[in-house]
Design a protein around this ligand. Structure first.
Ligand code: ARG
Length: 465
């Protein structure tokens, strides 16, 4: 079994069970185009340093480009291919012979795999930022369509205060905007330093222009420390954390869509294409799309924990443990991508139903207390006065309008005026004009800042590609 790049040292070969256990090729396939991009940059560096002739370099380059064009599905990978990096090197050598045997000059798989992982993370993080921005746009469109519709906002899942439906929905657009920012930051982390030139851990003795090589791949500069270059996986942890938080946000939105689509909430109807029926109960419209999105986030959180657990306590520099960084990152990226895309469609096709609170709804209690405060009553006393009124209103069927004028004025003479306005949910939201408040004017301003932020992030995402 003289088929490993290191067979000169260990000619007897590996135990077959160990070989299969150690093989990373299937999980490496996500790195296919990135590994080739790294090899091309490295080839240019060793050519410039005179370590391969121009003629050899051109043949190797043509082979690498050929392999890239064919794509990872085109090749019958061998069980003896230890990983993607050695497998692609094998393909090059099969095509161009000795010239291919020079490609690995001044390079180790340690800086090679780190380079490919950086390029992968940069690309996927930018794509995920884009997906978050698409979701933010979809939510913003629904918020715009909601106009001045009022719903009862909740805390503890109990009726709290009237808010604009748009205001509630926009919260998810802000979350998606922050997620996009986090993915862009992860993309920037991955694009900062190039590992090539670090070799196994100590750098290389060959005079490679690694700064030029870094620039060719779109990095700012080579890693300032070659040991850090081969052992750093922070950029992958950042990407996976961004995915875990983004999918957690999706799970919150999913949960609300599930609750809101229950007839007792009656606040949303999901599109027919995003609900399922029951095998037994003919009337059912089950929100499985939202349920599965809610569930997916659990796996992504697990992936983040796997990655961090893998990295903790690892000695420097490269350890084979680091090979196991790939599956959790790929899984997290894949789940986040799919969940974001599906949620985008679910939001676009959902119909938010008119579910406005009626005149006199108990959620206006804080307005009543604030009215007393405006008349000079200390808030704690006002709270107690309206607390009593709320209890009576609840006994009478849960609406302040059931109380008589006399009952109100007995509670406080300040209720002699303005009661009709106080009990109108639309008037209530109008008063909440503070920055970030739920007054229609404040929500319009909020949408202006949100649109500005999303436009800026779109631009940054365009540059990150
Ligand atoms: N497949 C390996 C990985 O993903 C490549 C590096 C192997 N390096 C080594 N020194 N054995 O980490």
């Amino acid at each position: 079994m003289a088929d490993k790049v290191w067979s000169g040292r260990l000619p007897a070969g590996m135990d077959t069970g160990f070989e299969a256990f150690a093989r990373s090729l299937p999980a490496d396939l996500h790195l296919f185009s990135h590994d080739i991009a790294g090899s091309l940059a490295h080839l240019h560096a060793i050519r410039q340093a005179g370590l391969v002739s121009d003629a050899e370099a051109e043949r190797v380059e043509a082979a690498l480009r050929d392999i890239a064009t064919a794509g990872p599905e085109a090749f019958p990978w061998r069980d003896s291919d230890e990983d993607l990096h050695t497998a692609i090197e094998r393909l090059v050598v099969e095509r161009v012979g000795e010239a291919g045997l020079r490609l690995h000059t001044g390079r180790s798989r340690n800086d090679q795999v780190a380079t490919a992982s950086h390029l992968y993370a940069r690309q996927e993080a930018a794509a995920l930022a884009r997906a978050c921005l698409d979701l933010a746009d979809a939510v913003l469109a629904q918020a715009e369509a909601a106009g001045d519709q009022v719903v009862v906002g909740m805390t503890h899942l109990q009726p709290a205060q009237p808010v604009l439906l748009a205001h509630h929905l926009l919260t998810y657009a802000w979350m998606a905007g922050r997620d996009a920012e986090r993915f862009l930051a992860a993309s920037a982390s991955a694009s900062r330093w190039s590992p090539l030139g670090a070799g196994a851990l100590a750098g290389t003795g060959f005079p490679l222009d690694t700064a030029r090589e870094a620039a060719e791949m779109g990095f700012l500069a080579p890693y300032p420390n070659s040991i850090d270059a081969v052992s750093d996986r922070d950029y992958l942890a950042e990407l996976t954390f961004a995915a875990a938080l983004a999918t957690s946000h999706l799970s919150r939105l999913a949960e609300e869509l599930i609750l809101w689509s229950h007839p007792s909430f009656g606040r949303v109807r999901l599109g027919d294409a995003f609900v399922t029926g029951s095998s037994m109960m003919p009337q059912k419209r089950n929100p499985d799309s939202a349920e599965l999105i809610r569930a997916k986030s659990a796996g992504v959180i697990g992936d983040l924990v796997s990655l961090l657990s893998l990295l903790k306590a690892l000695p420097l520099a490269y350890m084979r443990d680091l090979q196991e960084d790939k599956p959790p990152v790929y899984r997290a990226v894949q789940a986040a991508k799919e969940s974001l895309a599906l949620m985008c469609s679910v939001v676009r096709t959902a119909t938010f139903l008119p579910a406005e609170p009626v005149y006199g709804d108990l959620s206006l209690a804080t307005e009543l207390a604030d009215h007393l405060v405006a008349g000079g009553v200390p808030f704690r006393i006002a709270h107690a006065v309206v607390g009593k009124l709320s209890a009576t209103a609840e006994e009478l069927g849960g609406n302040f309008a059931r109380l008589t004028r006399a009952e109100f004025q007995e509670a406080s003479p300040l209720f002699a005026t303005g009661l009709a306005t106080l009990l109108d949910p639309h008037q209530a939201v109008q008063r909440h004009r503070v920055i970030g408040g739920t007054a229609p004017a404040a929500v319009k301003e909020q949408m202006v800042s949100l649109r500005e932020l999303l436009a800026e992030l779109r631009q940054r995402e365009g540059h990150a590609r």
